[in-house]
Design a binder for this molecule. Structure first.
Ligand code: FAD
Length: 467
């Protein structure tokens, strides 16, 4: 058996693991990155990137259909889903090969294979070339998450899909049922609705996007209706029959049973930490009740020399959280006095319009004991939003009444995913609302609306009437 010795072994090449590996190598460590399937992990291969690529394509179709209001006639729009998938795969391939080059360029050794523990500092890797034994001074677990399965609804990626199967379809379903109205279900549901599918969403809770402020969800719910999607709230998928050319789903809704049929069923009811097959017990690492690996703010597990980052350590399960943890853990191992500060992690839902939040919501700030100031600016009052024909939504700012420090922001509207960066930076730097108000923003831009919302907290907004 081949034997390797290293200073840092990273298990998992997703946005947590590959970033940790590169940063550790930059800091002078000898690094081995072990990945069992694909560099780039869930995010680049079957998550963030392929979903956003397909959403861009679907968004373009929807835009062309609405171009008439700008006096543009577009006819004969058709989608060749096979070609769209080829384009998407090209995007994925560029990015994943880029990760490989970055690893190489930084001196990270990549070993393709599945790792499991044989002791607290030893791993065995089933690689294509045979078994490899690895001895490492430090081990970083970055094994990510996998879709949650619900009993009775096993995904076969033929007719019953997880997000992975839904992102690989080479035809546009005529009818698609989505179980779960969370962010992945809604992003994919809206994507296919824009491509022409009749989409039905079945959600157990009493609103779409459970956990998000109802105020934000109302705008999305209106768009969902506009796209012709059907939504069953407070409803439970009860029984599934897989047919030769589709699925039949029994839904319990408001005390009744309804039977729905579709070409495909997409099951998106969340993700769970991926620790299967790691033999964590051989290293003495224990998971908590929810299956996550507990870590402290320096990403240390309870076992000396073993660290964990990304989806496998807990929510929010987001790529940029995983990457930041990857940088911090590498610096911890290199002896730097750093720890994670979770107060400004942005979260984006790539629905139409997009939703982006950072920091505390108004309700969270109040329950944390703050006296709260809020300011809101509707995009309907933004010159730039009007010129884009994208006036749905608003920007809301939450600040501390005493210090005027920015505590949080929520944005719903076009480019929310880009706009949230300014709010994140402001929170990170401890800005007060006056700092944002005094910053000159380019005109016409959507970002002006963030400045106006900040000024609205202290009654100084110019382009919206205030009480
Ligand atoms: P992962 O990316 O899951 O990587 C873990 C890696 O570990 C995998 O490559 C796996 O093969 C490997 N591995 C596991 N076990 C072993 C082993 N024993 N040996 C070797 N290798 C192993 N997040 C966002 O921030 N923005 C988005 O827009 C977004 N969209 C998403 C859309 C979808 C459809 C999905 C499913 C997810 C999305 N996410 C998004 C979430 C994001 O993908 C994850 O938060 C992120 O990938 C987590 O990174 P990670 O490094 O912790 O784990």
């Amino acid at each position: 058996m081949e034997n390797k010795q290293t200073s840092v072994a990273v298990i998992g090449g997703g946005p947590g693991g590959y970033v940790a590996a590169i940063r550790a190598a930059q800091l002078g460590k000898k690094v081995l990155l072990v990945e069992k399937s694909f560099l780039g992990g869930t995010c680049l291969n079957i998550g963030c990137i392929p979903s956003k690529a397909l959403m861009s394509a679907a968004g373009l179709v929807a835009k062309m259909q609405q171009a008439a209001k700008m006096g543009i006639t577009v006819s004969g729009v058709s989608v060749d889903m096979k070609k769209t998938q080829e384009w998407k795969s090209g995007v994925v391939q560029k990015l994943t090969s880029g990760v490989g080059q970055l690893c190489k360029g930084n001196g990270v050794e990549v070993l393709m294979g599945e790792a499991h523990f044989t002791g607290p500092r030893t791993l065995q890797v089933k690689a294509k070339s045979g078994e490899v034994e690895v001895q490492a001074e430090n081990i970083i677990l970055a094994t990510g998450s996998v879709p949650t399965q619900i009993p009775g609804f096993p995904t076969d990626e033929q007719r019953v899909l997880s997000s992975t199967g839904a992102l690989a379809l080479t035809e546009i379903p005529k009818r698609l049922i989505v179980i779960g109205g969370g962010y992945i279900g809604l992003e994919l549901g809206m994507l296919y609705a824009k491509l022409g599918s009749a989409v039905t969403v079945v959600e157990m809770m009493d609103q779409l996007l459970p956990g998000f402020e109802p105020e934000l969800v109302r705008t999305i719910a209106a768009k969902v209706r506009k796209l012709g999607m059907s939504v069953y709230l407070k409803s439970k998928a009860a029984n599934l029959e897989v047919l030769s050319n589709g699925v039949r789903l029994q839904v319990e809704t408001q005390g009744k049973q309804e039977s729905l049929e579709a070409d495909y069923l997409l099951v998106t009811v969340g993700r769970r930490p991926n620790t299967a097959g790691l033999d964590l017990d051989k290293a003495g690492v224990r998971c908590n009740e929810a299956g996550f690996i507990p870590v402290d703010k320096r990403l240390k597990t309870a076992v000396e020399g073993i660290y964990a980052i990304g989806d496998v350590v807990g929510n929010p399960m987001l790529a940029h959280k995983a990457s930041k943890e990857g940088e911090v853990v590498a610096e911890v191992i290199a002896g730097k006095a750093v720890e994670l500060d979770y107060q400004a992690i942005p979260a984006v839902v790539f629905t139409d319009p997009e939703i982006a939040t950072v920091g505390l919501s108004e309700a969270q700030a109040a329950s944390a004991g703050y006296e709260v100031l809020t300011g809101k600016f509707p995009l309907a009052a933004s010159g730039r939003a009007l010129t884009m024909g994208e006036t749905d939504g608003y920007i809301k700012v939450v600040a501390d009444k005493k210090s005027h420090a920015l505590l949080g922001a929520s944005i719903i509207g076009a480019e929310a995913s880009e706009l949230i960066a300014e709010a994140t930076l402001a929170i990170e730097m401890g800005a007060v609302v006056e700092d944002i108000g005094m910053t000159i923003h380019a005109h016409p831009s959507l970002a002006e609306s963030f400045m106006e919302a900040a000024k609205a907290t202290i009654g100084e907004a110019i382009h919206v009437l205030q009480k």
